[in-house]
Structures are given as C-alpha cells and as structure tokens.
Design a protein around this ligand. Structure first.
Ligand SMILES: Nc1ncnc2c1ncn2[C@@H]1O[C@H](COP(=O)(O)OP(=O)(O)OP(=O)(O)O)[C@@H](O)[C@H]1O
Length: 245
C-alpha cells in the first residue's frame, strides 16, 4: 500500500514554521541570501554556524524585527511577513534574544508579570517554577542580582507565560556553567515532550546533540546542511566543521 503523502502545500499549512527564500539586509549589506527550512510540531531545530553566519538574523526576521527582508515566513500555514512582532506573538510565537532582555531593577516576579498573557495556553507561574526550580526562591530578587543562568530561565519563563508555543531562542547557553547548561537542556527536553516547537541558535555542540532533533547549518547567509541528529556519533564530525573557527 502507498504511504499517505501530503502535498507540499498542505504539509506546509500544518507546520508551526516554514520559511522559504528568506533574504535580509542591514542597510545596504545583505545578511541572508535565500534561506529555506521548516520546523515540525514538537520538534527542536538548531541553527548552527560560525559568528556572523546569519543565525540571529533568521530569528529576527521570523519575529518581524528587521525592516529590509523578502521571502516567505509561514506560521501554521499563515503568511506573517506583513504582521508586526506583537501580532506574531498573538499567533503563539515567542522570541528570546541573546541579551535576554531582563529588567535589572525589577524583581523576578515583576519581570514575569510584565509578560502579557496572549492566549489561554500560557503557563502558570507554578508551572514555570516546576520547569525552572531555581527561580522559585528568587521571586523577590532583582533581575540584576540573578546569575546568567537564572536570567536565561526567567527570559524563557516569560515567553512561556505569554502562551507562546513556538519558541525562538538565541544562544540560550552562552556564558553559562555546565551544570546550568544541563538544567536548560532538561527544560527544553521537557518543553518538547509537552509539544512545544523550538528553533534555537546554538554553538555548544554537546548541548545541540543533547536537545536537537535536527540541525540546520548556516554559512554566509545560506543553508549548507540540514540533517537529523539521530545518529549522533556519525553526525558529530559532520557538524563540528560548521562551528570550527
Ligand atoms: N545591527 C546590525 N547592523 C549591521 N550589520 C549587522 C547587524 N547585525 C548583524 N549584522 C551582520 O549580519 C551578518 C549576520 O549576523 P548575525 O548576527 O545574524 O550572525 P550570527 O550567525 O547570529 O552570529 P553571531 O553569533 O556572531 O551573532 C553579519 O555579517 C553581521 O555583521
């Protein structure tokens, strides 16, 4: 019997995220030259590549933060290029930038409360503390008093509170100690098990192999590889060349 195949258009309509022929510029300087990839529901996809390859730019374009861009961004099959970032957030997209965006002079509780609840599926504070136990005892501490790892957890917690189901995370492990990286890895795995869809930028190969279902390698604003991580040992050598300096 023939396997049931969806035609490409119907398949794209059912995906949380599909981008095609994405191009982007900073002023006159082109950073992306035609990026194509998709992310399936409940999948963790990592954008891997050297500094300046264009990974963060891809996340910014998906979130709608860059003016000069062309191509197609589909969220659940809907073209969103004409929508503002806040409108994309209402469709369930959440973005956590590399700098994390924590307000240093507000407490953890206040930082959390700033995140608007955009849909019925937002996590409760209790659920967020279950995911990131370190935060529970820190609710009265100021954002500026948190460690880098706690700030990262708070930044992810905030977008979960808003109700985002498709998460864009820019270098969530940057500058963090191995034990904290392990906690972030466990949280991402737990989110995946709950059906969240996650696209993240990452340079830490051990972390990538721990969390990712698939890696999309970026070089000079182009996709140069797109491979599942299921055969981790075989894939390690193949992937390490995309981050070697
Ligand atoms: N605000 C900006 N103004 C001008 N050029 C920029 C800006 N941000 C990024 N670029 C350029 O766009 C290209 C892609 O940068 P991008 O930040 O997306 O790379 P990346 O792969 O995320 O690497 P990194 O880890 O260094 O951020 C680079 O050549 C970079 O210099």
């Amino acid at each position: 019997m023939q396997p049931l195949m969806l035609d490409p258009e119907r398949r794209q309509a059912s995906l949380p995220l599909a981008i095609s022929n994405l191009k982007a510029w900073y002023g006159e300087v082109q950073a992306l030259f035609g990026i194509d990839f998709t992310v399936s529901e409940g999948e963790v996809v990592v954008l891997l590549g050297r500094n300046g390859a264009g990974k963060s730019t891809i996340l910014r374009v998906i979130m709608g933060l860059l003016q000069r861009q062309s191509g197609q961004v589909l969220l659940q099959g809907r073209e969103v290029r004409s929508l503002r970032p806040s409108e994309r957030a209402h469709l369930g997209l959440g973005y956590c930038p590399e700098e994390r965006g924590i307000f240093a002079s507000l407490t953890v509780a206040e930082n959390m409360a700033l995140s608007p609840r955009l849909g019925g599926s937002g996590m409760s504070d209790d659920e967020i503390f279950e995911l990131f136990p370190n935060l529970r005892s820190r609710t009265r501490h100021l954002g500026g008093q948190l460690s880098g790892g706690e700030q990262q957890m708070l930044a992810i917690g905030r977008i979960l509170r808003s109700g985002a189901r498709t998460l864009l995370l820019d270098e969530p492990t940057e500058g963090l100690a191995p034990i904290i990286i392990r906690q972030i890895e466990q949280a991402i795995t737990a989110l995946k098990q709950r059906g969240y869809t996650i696209l993240l930028v990452e340079q830490n190969l051990a972390f990538v192999l721990g969390v990712a279902d698939r890696v999309v390698a970026i070089e000079n604003g182009l996709v140069v590889d797109n491979c599942p991580t299921s055969e981790a040992e075989r894939i390690e050598a193949r992937l390490s060349k995309y981050i070697a300096v």
